[in-house]
Design a protein around this ligand. Structure first.
Ligand code: SAM
Ligand code: DTB
Ligand code: SF4
Length: 328
């Protein structure tokens, strides 16, 4: 990452504490150096295996430790997933992300099927992303050979706050999988969730940790907690919107090449808040009326928002600009 400035934790803190509009201006400036500011990547999510997860993530509808009402579903068949991917492509999505409620991946028939799904999505000319929990380097290599674009594995929050949210795995477990993904040469999609009761220092710590991953994530999902009934976090206070914008702006400055993705939590956001997020450097969204298990804005609403803002879908497999090329 030679052409990227790596900030110290104190520098990240100073950045985070800047006056918000100054911060947004700087983030918007960085955004324009590395990306076309009128382009937003449109991605579609599909839950390929739903519920029954043995991890105890306190935010999640799919954990067996929580009491969320949820229709469980075994691993889908490849052809059913292809149907959904084709529909997503026809609706303008260029990236298809498949999520499984697993603690980790076991070799065998189920994993073979996921590899076939990745191959199928990739053969359709779409970017393919999966999130399957813990992964070995060999498994990451198999996914890469099948055409995987990126592996999603979030850090979720700071190392300091982590054990208050999840007790069945450690931050180190997360970082180990991230390392396996990097060793296999697969791009990483890695971000977090705001609104887990974390402090400002936790947010700064998360953003700092994401930015020192080597290589930096190709994509950074910034989720806002969707408070699911029956989970321990169902009554959590909603995160302040300006804190959310602040995190997006800091993520954009720290990880200039990454796609900064507005992920969970858009149902409760106004059009104006989302416009401000695009201004602060966000350049990807999940479209389609469902995330994994919770609702997402209607496609028509999203298309209207993008069109009103003069934004358009970004082509698949597009690299970000090189600042040197721009300067020449
Ligand atoms: N089981 C795998 C794992 O945890 O890595 C993959 C699926 S998991 C549902 C993917 C991500 O969704 C989590 O890391 C978390 O960041 C996000 N997520 C899950 N439930 C959420 C919620 N209620 N609100 C916001 N984000 C959520
Ligand atoms: C990510 O960071 N957000 C997406 C994707 N990666 C897999 C998932 C959001 C899930 C929101 C809760 C749900 O729908 O179950
Ligand atoms: Fe399982 Fe992932 Fe949900 Fe945690 S976030 S309970 S690992 S599906």
């Amino acid at each position: 990452m030679t052409d990227i400035t790596i900030y110290t934790k104190d520098e990240v803190k100073a950045l985070y504490k800047r006056p918000l509009l100054e911060l947004i201006y700087d983030a918007a400036t960085v955004h324009r150096v590395y990306h076309s500011p009128d382009e937003v990547q449109l991605c579609t999510l599909l839950s390929i295996k739903t519920g029954g997860c043995i991890e105890d993530c306190k935010y999640c509808s799919q954990s067996i430790h929580n009491q969320a009402e949820l229709e469980k579903e075994k691993l889908l068949q490849v052809e059913d997933v292809m149907k959904q991917a084709r529909a997503a492509k026809a609706a303008g999505s260029t990236r298809f992300c498949m999520g499984a409620a697993w603690r980790g991946v076991k070799d065998g028939r189920a994993f073979d099927r996921v590899v076939d799904m990745v191959q199928g999505v990739s053969d359709m000319g779409m970017e393919a992303c999966v999130t399957l929990g813990m992964l070995s380097e060999d498994q990451a290599k198999r996914l890469k050979n099948a055409g995987l674009t990126a592996y999603n594995h979030n850090l979720d929050t700071s190392e300091e706050h982590y054990s208050k949210i999840i007790s069945t795995r450690t931050y180190k477990d997360r970082l180990d999988t991230i390392e396996n993904v990097a060793k296999a040469g697969v791009s990483l999609c890695c971000g977090g969730i705001l609104g887990l009761g974390e402090s400002e220092a936790d947010r700064i710590s998360l953003l700092y940790t994401l930015s020192i991953l080597n290589p930096q994530p190709e994509s950074v999902p910034i989720n806002i907690l969707v408070p699911v009934e029956g989970t321990p976090l169902e009554n959590m206070k909603r995160v302040d919107i300006f804190e959310w914008i602040r995190c997006i702006a800091v993520a954009r400055i720290l990880m200039p090449k990454a796609m900064v993705r507005l992920s969970a939590g858009r149902m409760e956001l106004t059009r104006e808040a989302q416009a401000m997020a695009f201004m602060a450097g966000a350049n990807a969204i999940f479209t389609g009326d469902k995330l994994l298990t919770t609702p997402n804005p209607e496609k028509n609403e999203d298309m209207k928002l993008l069109s009103d803002l003069g934004l358009k879908g970004r082509a698949p497999f597009k690299e970000c600009h090189s600042p040197k090329k721009n300067a020449a």
